[in-house]
Design a protein around this ligand. Structure first.
Ligand code: ATP
Length: 247
């Protein structure tokens, strides 16, 4: 089984504040990995380190067998950043245009071929946004927009999807549909790393869990995670802030 991401003894601090402390883990091809931990426990930071978007202070990260900071094959990775359900930061382009941009990595600035257009249309169909293709991205609901982002990653033929709380602000039904779509993509062999706060939702979909709170508390299959004390330990640890449903 080939390794998609390999993290070895990685530490990272923002100034004096240690955010990631000596974490080692690997993501294998075909994994659907859930990243869980309290607020401020370092999930987004670890994801950025895994994708080569931030450089570790100590330790090494490899992406598809190459040092993450030197990794240039960007179209192999589809990254849906936190808060991308917000309308504000999104360019006023149509869904089809956004998904078509996913093909540019393959063809550079040359003209898209019929095959490229076919791949774009197939990606729109697969995630169920074909009927929204002419709509502007910033006029979609949060759930529709997330699916459009996934379509773009599919059009680029990404084999790793990384999603940071992709369904914040999305209603429960759309969220279930979205995670059903991720299950389908994972069954097709796409490796997925997902940050999601709702542990019930997370454990229904992923097959591996990394539970962190600055340090790694558990990395392994979902069943062994549920049988362990990792969650209580990570949420009880001093680093992060435990979430409450009510203030
Ligand atoms: N740019 C930054 N500068 C300084 N500190 C930061 C920065 N980004 C994050 N931090 C701090 O690093 C720690 C880890 O943050 P990170 O966003 O990785 O956590 P998280 O688990 O993703 O949080 P959440 O669940 O709230 O999104 C937090 O204490 C946070 O305040």
């Amino acid at each position: 089984m080939s390794q998609v991401v390999t993290v070895e003894h990685v530490s990272f601090a923002y100034g004096e504040k240690l955010a990631i402390d000596d974490i080692s883990l690997s993501v294998e091809q075909g994994d659907f990995l859930g990243l869980i931990g309290p607020n401020g426990s370092g999930k987004t930071t670890l994801l950025h380190l895994m994708l080569g978007l931030q450089q570790p202070d100590h330790g090494t990260v490899e992406l598809f067998g190459e040092p993450a900071q030197e990794f240039e094959d960007g179209q192999r990775i589809g990254y849906v950043a936190q808060r991308s359900t917000d309308r504000g930061g999104t360019m006023p382009i149509t869904v089809r245009e956004a998904v078509t941009m996913g093909r540019f990595a393959h063809v550079g600035h040359s003209r898209l071929s019929d095959e490229d257009h076919r791949i774009v249309e197939e990606a729109l169909e697969t995630v169920g946004v074909a009927d929204l293709a002419g709509r502007r991205i910033n006029q979609l609901s949060g759930g529709q927009r997330q699916r459009a982002f996934i379509a773009r990653a599919l059009a680029s033929e990404a084999d790793l999807l990384a999603l940071d709380e992709p369904t914040v602000g999305v209603d429960a039904e759309s969220r279930d549909q979205f995670y059903g779509l991720l299950d389908d993509l994972n069954r097709r062999g796409i490796t997925i790393i997902l940050i999601e706060h709702d542990i019930d939702v997370l454990t229904r979909h992923v097959n591996k869990i990394a539970c962190i709170n600055t340090e790694l508390y558990h990395h392994g299959d979902t069943v062994s995670f549920l049988e362990s004390d990792a969650l209580a330990e990570a949420y009880g640890a001093a680093h992060g802030v435990v979430e409450h449903d009510h203030p």
